[in-house]
Design a protein around this ligand. Structure first.
Ligand SMILES: N[C@@H](CCC(=O)N[C@@H](CS)C(=O)NCC(=O)O)C(=O)O
Length: 325
């Protein structure tokens, strides 16, 4: 794993030394928005109009952030409209690569070997982390965005006039509630597992893992009252939680030591996670080979020998009698 400094790649692990053993995620730098008419979005420049065939999405099937974008692309039926590349699950000294493996989809734009070449292609002096997802504008040869939460929002509505499927996962009247739950889930669950897993001090790890499980307990309780995080309707808040839940027992429980409980110990959350997994189209976006091989092989500081565990054996099917709460 590494990063770019003035367009040059350096192989370097996260620095937790200067932050008291804490993992601090850096902010994404490309923050433009695809909009219906090409006007500027909440951040960034104008000039990215929603058009079929114009944009390309780079993802890792292992990555929970990239998976959010992939899920929204699926839900909104944008597969034909927005082309896709998938990186190799192993993220080593060159970061994400397009080396051949099952499920890898090569880069059609510059036939890059490494994802960082996409970043330097649009900005030869780029400094920062090279992350997925990346939404790329083939018309202007620019990166639109490398921030998954914003790519999700664009996919949710920007392409509605050019043939996207119906469905609004961020409805106006629920936004305040969605934003509030997203904030809590992001800090304690989505990023919480990373904060626990990458902590390099015992007390930091313990605190992060406690925060994570206290929020999972809260969510478990919430799901006794209502089927989804924000009431009766599926929203982006559910899909954002889902990408962490689906990786939980296979990776975060063991690799990131988030092991106070397994997801399968939570009656409601486990049922809910399976319901979302079995939602039309969603399981096509989940690849346990990429998920397990990425995490267990790419983090030598926490799993130096790179052994990928065989289990756990999980049954993601949801029997008919469990479908209704
Ligand atoms: N805030 C970003 C985070 C994306 C992110 O951190 N992706 C990880 C993969 S799960 C990555 O590419 N990491 C490479 C690195 O940090 O060098 C987003 O939500 O899009």
């Amino acid at each position: 794993m590494g990063l770019l400094v003035d367009g040059k790649w350096y192989d370097q692990w996260y620095d937790t030394e200067s932050s008291g053993g804490r993992f601090i995620r850096s902010d994404s730098q490309f923050r433009n928005w695809v909009t219906k008419d090409g006007s500027a979005g909440p951040t960034g420049e104008s000039g990215f109009k929603a058009e079929a065939g114009r944009y390309h999405l780079y993802v890792s099937l292992a990555c929970p952030w990239a998976s959010r974008a992939l899920i929204m692309r699926k839900l909104k039926g944008l597969e034909e409209m927005i082309s896709l590349s998938v990186v190799n699950p192993y993220m080593g000294e060159n970061g994400w690569t397009f080396a051949e493996d099952q499920g890898v989809i090569k880069d059609p734009i510059i036939d890059a070997d490494y994802l960082y070449q996409i970043y330097t292609h649009v900005d030869p002096d780029y400094s920062g982390r090279v992350t997925v997802p990346v939404l790329y504008d083939k018309k202007q040869d620019k990166i639109v965005s490398n921030e998954s939460s914003e790519i999700m929002r664009m996919f949710n509505s920007a392409f509605d006039g050019v043939g996207a499927k119906a469905g609004d996962y961020y409805p106006e009247e629920l936004r305040t509630e969605i934003d509030a739950i997203n904030e809590k889930v992001y800090n304690n669950v989505n990023n919480g597992v990373y904060k626990a897993g990458f902590a390099t001090k015992q007390e930091v790890y313990e605190q992060e893992v406690q925060n994570l499980f206290s929020v999972l307990d809260e969510l478990e309780e919430r799901l006794t009252q209502q089927p989804y995080l924000v009431g009766d309707q599926l929203t982006e808040a559910d899909w954002r939680l889902f990408t962490t839940l689906v990786r939980f027992d296979s990776v975060y429980f063991g690799h990131f030591k988030c092991n106070i409980h397994a997801l399968t110990d939570y009656k409601n959350l486990w049922r809910y996670a399976r319901e979302l997994y079995n939602y039309p189209g969603i399981k096509d976006t989940v690849d346990f080979y990429h998920i397990k091989n990425h995490y267990y092989r790419s983090h030598p500081t926490i799993n130096p020998n790179g052994i990928v565990p065989v289990g756990p054996q999980l049954d993601w099917r949801l029997p008919e009698e469990d479908r209704k709460k």
